[in-house]
Design a protein around this ligand. Sequence first.
Ligand code: AMP
Length: 359
Amino acid sequence: SEQGAPLSPGTTIGILGGGQLGRMLAMAAARLGLRAHIYDPSGDPPAAQVAAHHTEAAYDDTEALARFAAAVDVVTFEFENVPAPTAAALAAQTAVRPNPRALEIAQDRVLEKSFLNDLGIATAPWAEIGERAALDAALSQIAPPAVLKTRRFGYDGKGQARLTGLDDAGWAWETIGKAPAVLEGFVDFRAEISVIAVRGLNGRVVCYDPGLNEHREGILHRTTVPAPLSRKIAQDAVLIAGRIVNALDYVGTIGVELFVTPQGLLVNEIAPRVHNSGHWTIEACLVDQFENHIRAVAGWPLGDGARHSDAVMENLIGEEALAWLNLAAEPAGFHLYGKDTVRAGRKMGHITRLSPRRA
Ligand code: AMP
């Protein structure tokens, strides 16, 4: 395991990416007496509004990256598409947590699925698609319905095409831009769940209870905790997340998305960062996913992730946030991310409604 002395209060956490996840990380850092330094190419990213420092520079600006690395005590990130050369340049100069290998795996669906399957963790049946002919070959093994996904740079259902029959192959290949891809068998899942796990610098692991995730137009709409699962399935999900973070020698918070099927659990994907489906932990746990990520990357003891309440988190997408005054009047945890322009599909905030813990 990676070693290192705990960072003292007053030291600085460097965060690549300045969106709402970086914002909530910076707020958690501030609560612990740590400073946040946001690295983001845009002028007024949500996280910079609440951070001590902001470097406004491109992710391939090697001089700016070197100055950033020299100015902070550890580097972490809030999005998984951090370019590999950026992570490598920073890692040559300072500690990057979680380690860049987690990024490499999460950025590439072939590496990700191979990594999972090598650990004995089940995924949807899949095949690597390098060119058009490979798609036809794969469709003889993985019969439609199936999903074609770009190998890299997919998120919120982008870079995906669903095939209902063999006739769709040409269309699907065009739709994803004839890019390197994977073909996945379509999973007739009963539910989508996620486990948020955190691993400390000393190897200790904290897992939050699995949440049930519902999407609308490919974007997370609602997370309900506890997910309605048998004790056995809930335990299996948590154990899978634990195996993943241990195998990666991971430091920080990770989101593991799973499908619940009649045959058991399949992992859909892993997100090497704090996760939208873990926002409920802010209100429903003593120490939330953001604070535990900061604790992990700072080498501090992890905090208690036990859930004291049941919770339903809903994202406020686009114009849904215009109802902010009514939402703020509810007895709920209400969050806006400081984004000044409302755009369709844009995550503007979220609300978490609690009820007493039942089980
Ligand atoms: P992803 O970007 O891989 O997380 O996919 C986005 C969403 O598409 C998932 O949350 C699922 O709802 C759906 N999806 C992705 N892959 C599959 C699959 N193999 N079978 C069924 N649904 C899928």
